[in-house]
Design a protein around this ligand. Structure first.
Ligand SMILES: NC(=O)c1ccc[n+]([C@@H]2O[C@H](COP(=O)([O-])OP(=O)(O)OC[C@H]3O[C@@H](n4cnc5c(N)ncnc54)[C@H](OP(=O)(O)O)[C@@H]3O)[C@@H](O)[C@H]2O)c1
Length: 271
């Protein structure tokens, strides 16, 4: 029975990946950091085999315990790891890097402290911890797929074409994470692993959360940029639409694709 582990399964895209992956032929491990959120996931168990596991992906010891639990429950194997969890700081999304001119101390704080600890460290460090924790199980599994959620904003060409200069810390951290995936793909290609970074598109996971006027202005700047390359672009798609497209891409992946950075369309069309 193919087995999946999805991080950040409590809400947003992760929850829908769990929802759409569950069927009687799969075993799905849904990783959450807070078991209070497990109910929503357990409600999906009528569609197939789900196990909710608790772990914070910034905590390698917690991940080791989760890996042991998965190993015991699934004969030491895991087929597909989906690194979906991420720290998303909505406040910094609408702040351009030029804002720091004359505020070099603030730049130091944001870039060296906040970015290091919350973005670059979080993304790269946590993704590395997660992959390392599950690598022995994946090695024993059949599919050997490691999928990591990235963003088209980490593609330099896309930034050039759209002229979108906001969301800098987020884009920088995802670009660094893409390189993490490149390194793993190169190291493990000979073993039949498929390491891929996938962008989900622009997805509405904000729902009915409150949006500040700065965020709204930043979103408008983003839409204007995106419409330079796709004038018909209407805005964020639903998590369901994104996940359906992503899972179709993930299913088709073969060893030839290892190291690729793809959109939910399976190419470099990020919207
Ligand atoms: N939405 C988009 O338009 C978009 C676009 C491009 C890329 N992406 C990427 O797609 C992925 C999912 O995005 P999303 O919009 O669904 O995000 P989201 O709604 O903010 O959900 C983030 C998920 O990550 C979990 N998480 C955060 N820190 C964690 C930690 N330390 N340990 C374990 N889990 C943790 C959260 O759990 P809690 O509930 O406990 O906080 C939550 O389940 C991310 O990698 C994101 O960067 C999203």
């Amino acid at each position: 029975m193919p087995s999946y582990l999805i991080t950040g399964a409590s809400r947003g895209i992760g929850l829908i990946i769990v929802h759409k992956s569950v069927n009687p032929e799969n075993l799905v491990y849904a990783l959450v950091r807070n078991l209070d959120t497990a109910q929503r996931i357990e409600a999906l168990s009528e569609w197939g085999n789900i196990r909710v596991v608790k772990g914070d992906i910034t905590d390698p010891d917690a991940l080791k315990i989760v890996a042991e639990e998965v190993s015991k429950g699934n004969n030491g194997k895991l087929d597909v790891l989906i690194n979906n969890a991420a720290y998303i700081d909505r406040d910094s999304a609408s702040v351009p890097l030029t804002e720091f001119h004359g505020k070099e101390n603030l730049l130091e704080k944001v870039l060296l402290e906040t970015v290091k600890s919350f973005f670059i460290y979080f993304e790269m460090g946590a993704v590395i911890h997660t992959i390392n924790a599950f690598l022995p199980l994946l090695q024993a599994g059949e599919a050997k797929k490691v999928i990591t959620l990235s963003t088209g904003l980490a593609d330099p060409d896309f930034s050039q074409q759209t002229g979108y200069y906001l969301s800098a810390p987020y884009s920088i951290s995802k670009a660094a994470t893409n390189m993490v995936i490149t390194k793993y793909s190169v190291q493990f290609k000979k073993d039949g692993f498929i390491f891929v970074a996938i962008s989900p598109g622009l997805v509405d996971t904000v729902g009915d959360q409150e949006i500040s006027s700065e965020e709204l202005a930043g979103y408008q700047v983003m839409l204007e940029g995106f419409r330079k390359i796709k004038p018909t672009f209407e805005g964020a798609i639903s998590p369901e639409e994104s996940v359906k497209a992503q899972l179709a891409v993930i299913d088709r992946l073969t060893v030839k694709d290892t190291g690729a950075f793809l959109s939910h369309h399976g190419n470099k069309e990020w919207l």
